[in-house]
Ligand binder design. Structure first.
Ligand code: GDP
Ligand code: MN
Length: 379
């Protein structure tokens, strides 16, 4: 789950990371009074779940409260990469002489949290990563051992020569590691972490993604979910316990289990087709889940056929078949459906489906080929 910058700022502050003083505002007038309380000179920042807000005009420096109000009026309602800005952060402006990048991610290759640090932080970090990857230093941290003060100091010394400043950076690295682990984050990032002319270290941008599977033990973070930043289909899928990812192709997929989802998508590609989505109805399934899954997929105008590929174990094929029949009877799906159901209760499933207009396939290859053909043939 993504959280907003102001929410991550709150978490970072709880862990003792020096973030700027800030308030949030949803109207220009609120931004003005926040700026008055914060001493006048502030930054007004769009709160949307995308990076690169600065470059999109969503981060602006104001010299006084009146200017903060004007900036807020410009930024609120702005569209940044398809998301409408509904809230801004008003933060005390910080003057700085250097910008660093510091972040933690869970690295799949080393299966450990990895700390990344660079002396070339700021808005162009992606460019630095692409053009001069040697300028980004990385260190994998054994989660059983945790991060040591020595590791943090060594990383800080790679980007900053002055010992006192490097000490401040090392302190932030350790606190960021604690915030990352303590919140079950999959990403925690400060870009930029700056050094003021007085040599003080400040975090002026905060970003965090939280592992969905750990939200059950972070009620406070789970409550940070912003429903306005979630699409209708994503919300529907989440509430029904379905894993849904939208892709660019035209063959809609309903499968059970992530492994079968991957295999099905691979097979579609191998046969020259393009999957429109990844939708996993999960291990144990109910007819309602199948109905919801079909509604979500049929709502995508790019979908030209739907492939249902179910391996019945705990998931019973007859349950899926009932869901299919309910969905077909209840509303017109509008696109042809190919079903391949195998395993538990497949005989019952077959007789439930026999009365309905869909293409039943016996093998995965046959099902995939048929679904691609019905979507208009291989690309
Ligand atoms: P992002 O573009 O979404 O990463 O947003 P950031 O919060 O990182 O802001 C973009 C850029 O604006 C930063 O890299 C800074 O260069 C600049 N910026 C942000 N806050 C301040 C501030 O308090 N003072 C100054 N001088 N610049 C700032
Ligand atoms: Mn940034």
């Amino acid at each position: 789950m993504k959280i907003h910058e102001y929410q991550a700022m709150g978490i970072f502050r709880d862990y003792g990371i020096p973030v700027a003083e800030f308030e949030t505002a949803t109207t220009p007038a609120e931004a003005r009074s926040a700026a008055e309380r914060l001493g006048g000179r502030v930054v007004v920042k769009a709160q949307v779940h995308v990076g690169g807000r600065g470059k999109a005009g969503g981060v602006r420096l104001a010299e006084d409260p009146a200017e903060a109000e004007r900036h807020a009026a410009d930024i609120l309602g702005m569209d940044i990469k398809g998301l409408t800005v509904r809230k801004v952060v008003v933060a005390g402006a910080v003057d700085f002489e250097r910008e660093f990048y510091v972040g933690f991610v869970v690295d799949r290759a080393s299966k450990m949290p990895v700390c990344m640090i660079s002396g070339e932080g700021g808005v162009d970090i992606e460019q630095v990563a692409a053009a001069t990857p040697e300028k980004i230093h990385k260190l994998a941290i054994d989660p059983e051992e945790g991060m040591s003060a020595e590791q943090a100091s060594e990383l800080a010394a790679l980007v900053e020569g002055r010992p006192e400043v490097a000490g401040g950076i090392a302190d932030v690295i350790l606190r960021l590691y604690s915030a990352f682990v303590g919140s079950d984050a999959s990403l925690a990032e400060i870009n930029p972490l700056v050094v003021t002319s007085a040599g003080e270290v400040r975090a002026i941008d905060s970003k965090m993604n939280i592992d969905d599977n750990a939200l059950f033990r972070h009620e406070d973070i789970a409550a940070m979910r912003d429903p306005s930043s979630e699409t209708e289909e994503a919300k529907k899928a989440r509430e029904m316990g379905l894993s849904f990812v939208r892709l660019d192709g035209d063959v809609g997929c309903v499968v059970n289990g992530a492994g079968l989802a991957m295999t099905t998508m691979d097979l579609i590609k191998q046969h020259g087709g393009e999957p429109a989505n990844f939708l996993d109805i999960g291990g144990s399934s109910s007819p309602e889940k199948v109905v919801t899954a079909l509604e979500i997929i049929a709502g995508d105008s790019k979908v030209r056929s739907i492939l249902i590929n179910i391996f019945g174990g705990i998931t019973r094929c007859d349950d899926v078949a009932k869901g299919l029949v309910d969905a077909l009877d209840g509303a017109s799906i509008g696109v042809p459906i190919v079903a391949r159901l195998t395993g538990t209760n497949e005989e019952q499933a077959r007789s439930i489906l026999a009365r309905h207009e869909l293409f039943a396939a016996d093998t995965m290859d046959e099902a995939v080929e048929k679904a691609i053909e019905l979507a208009g043939g291989p690309a």
